[in-house]
Design a protein around this ligand. Structure first.
Ligand SMILES: *Cc1c(COP(=O)(O)O)cnc(C)c1O
Length: 376
């Protein structure tokens, strides 16, 4: 949209302009995402049941479809200030290279030691675990971004961190693995023989490269079989989208500062956390009828859950021990090919984004890795 003011290359917010609350887009959705189901009973899962796996505060956030704003605890705000507000960058050179009349902005979330947006939720989840007096957390990681972010957050809060890393990535990305160890995390290639579910998967598929679905099963088993541990997850979950809403809230505040109204908002979608976080406040305006935007999810052709998957209840993990979520899914036994980002490919999509997509409020496209590299 028109704006005659000179836009700087990078729009930085002042520290005092940083959002102090997360926004929960579910509160404004008419069609709520379908509830998580208890795999034992087939009934909607309760906070109490979920609290055996997740920290209690996070279990509450996961099941809360009605609270629009959550105060960000002060300790998390202080941590965010190490690397936030993150800049919104005007891509002048890309515009020129494309010879496009479009004005392109991107939100840069790589400006922290772990290197990705994942730290926004890692510090929140580690904080709630610490607050609950836990000893540590377990998790899975694919390419290693989530594991790195969580290791960093746990080191900061003096929590034990156990990471199950998809085997193909563990072997392809030794530096990622060692960064996590440098932060004090215990890193195990998955599937492994350290868990019952890992042994079972290995006996059926001895040569498997592993997948996020397998690693999740192992991490959940590790959490529930050790006293004082809970499981944490870096994407897909509604609580993660809530924490990542800081991206969209900041992007919106930066655009508002220069009176810019975006027409189209685009984001890459793996499990949906950065895209969901980016679009949440804009989607909220659309849902409340205050503004209109086009939203486009871009997903990998090698793992096209939105564009090729089915919108059904599915397990979140390969071992079928996690709650069932209704989401666009390729099936919980999906094994991605061992390409560079193989460990990052998750079979399902956030149930919030799945519902928005099914309601026609968001579009999706899939692209091939080679085409992306050619274009770049
Ligand atoms: C994890 C990750 C993704 C994909 O996951 P989402 O949950 O969809 O955001 C994409 N880019 C980077 C840099 C990541 O770390």
């Amino acid at each position: 949209m028109e704006n005659n003011q000179e836009i700087p290359y990078k729009i930085y917010l002042e520290e005092q302009e940083m959002p102090k609350q997360w926004y929960n887009v579910r509160a404004d959705m008419k069609n709520k995402p379908a509830p998580l189901l208890n795999p034992g009973t087939g009934k909607p899962i309760t906070v109490e049941e979920l609290s055996g796996v997740f920290c209690t505060e996070l279990a509450k956030q996961e099941l809360d479809d009605s609270t629009a704003y959550f105060d960000i605890p002060d300790d998390i705000l202080q941590f965010y200030k190490m690397y936030r507000p993150a800049p919104l960058v005007r891509a002048y050179h890309l515009e020129r290279a494309l010879e496009t009349p479009a004005k392109i902005y991107y939100k840069f979330e790589g400006n922290n030691t772990s290197g990705s947006h994942k730290l926004n939720s890692a510090i929140a989840q580690a904080f709630y675990a610490k607050h609950q007096g836990l000893k540590g957390v377990t998790t899975e990681t694919g390419a290693g971004q989530w594991g790195t972010a969580l290791s960093m957050a746990c080191a900061f809060l003096d929590l034990d961190c156990q990471v199950y890393m998809v085997k193909v990535s563990y072997e392809q990305k030794p530096f990622r693995r060692e960064v996590m160890r440098t932060y004090g995390a215990k890193v195990t290639p998955s599937p492994s023989n350290t868990t019952e579910v890992g042994k079972k998967i290995l006996s059926e598929f001895p040569d498997t490269n592993g997948s996020l679905g397998c690693a999740i099963s192992e991490a959940v088993e590790a959490a529930t079989s050790q006293e004082g541990y809970r499981y944490v997850l870096g994407s897909v979950l509604s609580q993660v989208l809530l924490h990542q809403s800081i991206i969209g809230l900041e992007a919106k505040a930066a655009l508002d500062k220069y009176d810019v109204k975006p027409d189209i908002i685009i984001g890459c979608a793996g499990g949906g956390s950065n895209l969901g976080g980016l679009i949440s406040p804009f989607m909220g305006e659309k849902l409340r009828g205050e503004a209109d935007y086009r939203f486009i999810a871009v997903e990998p052709a090698s793992c096209p859950s939105l564009t090729r998957g089915k919108y059904v209840y599915d397990f979140c993990d390969t071992g079928a021990i996690c709650p069932l979520a209704k989401m666009y899914t390729l099936g919980s036994s999906f094994m991605p090919s061992a390409n560079h980002a193989g460990g990052l490919r998750y079979h399902g999509m956030s149930s919030v984004l799945s519902q928005l997509y099914d309601d026609g409020l968001m579009e999706a496209v899939s692209v091939e890795q080679t085409a992306v590299f050619d274009a770049a």
